[in-house]
Design a protein around this ligand. Structure first.
Ligand code: GLU
Length: 464
């Protein structure tokens, strides 16, 4: 049984990198009919907040990355970590260390001065035949893991390949602080072990933790999971993705009008590929997803491609769903939506032309507001040449059958009569009706309006 986990630290929102890690872990479990576990790594009390936990859960819900177990909170598992520490002290895989932080600082300074790599000197590490110093009265010790000194720790990273570190490079990690609280790497180990995690899929900022975690797991007699370290995501500009790049929080993509399926499809291709496939559902993704086709090199964000995917999914979405997503965006802008023009009908003709829900809201907004087209745009398009045709059209509106084809026929008749090309009349109509020079086919746009409202907007034209 495959068991994967997503283990965010709730110190901020769910960002793009975290969402991709969650997606890959989720998809791997789904592919194998396994379990996906959500674990909240909230032991850093100073930086973890309930708001951040909620933001992460909201982000995962928005994406539809459902977990099978959890959320487990590390702060609620403290007793368990303490039991394991006590056992390790009893079996000798961990020991008390009374070296004070000041002593450690001094030690490091001296080592640096000698050009050595700073590390704990092992003063309190028990060794056969070694006499340990006497613990200072009243001092509270930290607990250190007794890391093997000889040999190497190695793993076959499922993304990065074989990685090997000499144990001599690793000093004895503090697993519990003087106040008894367990440290980050230790909690991860106990959790991965007790939660039966088979595949640890996470960002490659954790590669350095892996040898320590493997050594502790081995000392506990735990089965070591397989590791897949995902390379980082760079911004459009090739720099490390950061707040500078704007939409870094997953929920900001929602704010900006992206559909979750577009974001998911986009994230799936950030560092993973299946031939040349670019557009696929999550069902298809889970069927395909494996760890063999993840690239070890950094993936670069490409906003244009995300926009392209979003446009694709907008076209595929039905109008009622999009209307439900656009409506709150319009309400936020203070726009009152009326039954006619119908928001669904507007969306039906505009969704082919936009990349985001916000652009759809922009397009829809002009149908509901008290429109005042800009004077200079009116002047530019309502030319003396166009006005007679426009006048004929306006008087024809009263009697024409109010649907696109008949309206289109009326437009053609008017330009025919005055010997004009289509844009000469279509442009003034667009501008009068929407204030914009670019719209879908103008007969279709006209048909969206109730006849009275169309007439009201056309009445701005200086005809008669
Ligand atoms: N809590 C860590 C983070 O948010 C992830 C730890 C892990 O996946 O092992 O970066």
């Amino acid at each position: 049984m495959i068991r994967t986990r997503f283990a965010p630290s709730p110190t901020g929102f769910l960002h793009i990198g975290g969402a991709r890690t969650a997606l890959f872990s989720w998809a791997y479990a789904r592919h194998h009919g396994g379990k996906f576990i959500l674990r909240v790594e909230d032991t850093d009390l100073a930086r973890s907040t309930p708001e951040a936990v909620q933001a992460i859960i909201d982000g995962m819900n928005w994406l539809g990355l459902t977990h099978d177990e959890g959320p487990f909170y590390q702060t609620q598992r403290m007793d368990r970590y303490k039991v394991v520490i006590t056992e390790m002290l009893a079996t000798g895989t961990a020991y008390h260390c009374f070296t004070t932080p000041e002593e450690l600082d001094r030690m490091r300074e001296e080592q640096r001065a000698k050009g050595l790599k700073p590390r704990y000197d092992g003063a309190w590490r028990p060794e056969p035949g070694k006499t340990l110093p006497t613990p200072p009265a009243g001092a509270l010790p930290v607990v250190r893991f007794r890391n093997p000194v000889a040999g190497v720790v190695a793993w076959d990273d499922l993304v990065k390949g074989y990685i090997e570190i000499a144990n001599a490079e690793l000093d004895d990690l503090v697993i519990a602080r003087a106040d008894g609280t367990p440290t980050y790497n230790f909690c991860v180990v106990v959790d991965d072990w007790e939660m039966g995690i088979t595949h640890v899929i996470r960002g490659d900022d954790h590669v350095n933790n892996t040898p320590r975690q493997i050594n502790i797991l081995k000392s506990l007699g735990a089965e070591v999971p397989l590791y897949a370290h995902l390379s980082m995501i760079l911004g459009d500009d090739g720099q490390k993705l950061s707040k500078r790049h704007g939409a870094v929080s997953i929920m900001q993509y929602d704010d900006e009008g992206y559909l979750p399926e577009a974001v998911l499809n986009y994230l799936a291709r950030l560092g993973w590929s299946h031939g040349d496939e670019e557009v696929f559902s999550m069902q298809q993704f889970c069927a395909w997803f494996d760890l063999d086709h993840i690239t070890p090199s950094a993936a670069q964000f490409n906003t244009e491609k995300l926009n392209w995917l979003n446009a694709h999914y907008l076209k595929l979405s039905d109008n009622a769903r999009l209307a439900a997503l656009v409506q709150p965006r319009l309400e936020e802008r203070g726009v009152t939506i009326t039954a006619s023009p119908s928001l669904e009908a507007i969306i039906g003709i505009y969704k082919e032309r936009v990349s985001t829900l916000n652009e759809l809201a922009d397009a829809a907004e002009v149908f509901y507001i008290d429109l005042h087209p800009k004077a200079e745009i009116l002047a530019q398009h309502l030319t003396p040449e166009a006005l007679p045709a426009l006048a004929d059209f306006i008087s024809g509106v009263k009697d024409v059958t109010w649907e696109a084809a008949a309206i289109g026929a009326l437009i053609k008749a008017c330009i025919g009569k005055h010997g004009l090309k289509m844009p000469k009349l279509a442009m003034p109509l667009r501008v009068l009706l929407t204030g914009q020079t670019q719209t879908p086919s103008v007969d279709a746009v006209l048909a969206l309006f109730p006849r009275e409202l169309a007439l009201k907007r056309l009445a701005v034209a200086p005809v008669n």
